[in-house]
Ligand binder design. Sequence first.
Ligand SMILES: *Cc1c(COP(=O)(O)O)cnc(C)c1O
Length: 219
Amino acid sequence: MICEQLNSIRQELPENVLLVAVSKTKPLEDLQIAYDCGQRVFGENKVQEMVDKWEVLPKDIQWHMIGHLQSNKVKYIAPFVSMIHGVDSFKLLEEINKQGQKNNRVIPCLLQFHIAQEETKFGLTLDECCHILDSDEFLALENITIAGLMGMASFVDDAAQIRSEFRNLYDSFLLIKSNYFRLNDNFCQLSMGMSGDYSIAVDEGSTMVRIGSTIFGSR
Ligand SMILES: *Cc1c(COP(=O)(O)O)cnc(C)c1O
């Protein structure tokens, strides 16, 4: 089942869109099946769970932290994490930079934007994002790289609303790219789209979809 689902999603996705298999709450056996089916990029949203899985699974897996990350936990994933999707404060960026330095590496980060109607979602506004990127403190960070933006649409059935939220994020992506990262090839990723809305997200310019339940079954 897992392998069939992976293959059918792969067939659907354009070549330039990376599939992050969201394996949170799922047992090691399920991740191993996906691995044996060729999947190398996995998304987790809890630090301890990601560390536990990283320790025992093959070392060529790329681990993406997709959940909200607390500053005091960055140190546990800094040695190995491939990308941190949900960065929405300068304080967190500073801590990731500090831990990157300790591990002698540059950690790719995505800035999370608030695009949904819902109050509860984390994320930056365009103004808040520009405020961070304009600061001298940001420019001094050498052990992080901003690889792009990430966002989650509202959990609604209204496809038009979801589409317009993704479109807003794409517009912000282009604006940030041209204002801050025009000559920087690292800034190239737009992480948007989950099981319920990834087709719309891909339509609207996503380069990275985070898909869990469609691959591994409901949680
Ligand atoms: C759980 C989660 C996903 C995957 O959700 P599915 O609906 O199972 O595909 C994607 N992104 C984030 C941030 C998540 O927490």
